[in-house]
Design a protein around this ligand. Sequence first.
Ligand SMILES: [Zn+2]
Length: 103
Amino acid sequence: MQGGDNMKCPFCKSNKILKQGVRYNSAEKKQKFSCKNCKKWFVKKDGFERMRHNKKIIVKSIHLHNEGLSLFQVQDYLWQHEGVKVTRKTVSDWTKKYSVFLK
Ligand SMILES: [Zn+2]
């Protein structure tokens, strides 16, 4: 994984990037940036964008786990219903990492 600090402007590829604060919506935290070189703005999503698995699966897992299913049951559900194989550790990591984005 790449370090978050060597970012480049998606427009002009300059690395003179300024952080401009964070916007929130229901599902994710977005860091806003502006480029010193071309003065354009862009947004880098800080939540679901970096996930290997799709958002629907993760939201579902967190939901099921909050409903009281064990990590094993969530894992089993994903395999049975979504055809997705994950480890219990992955499910556990999701609930820790991403439940903050679902509030
Ligand atoms: Zn730029």
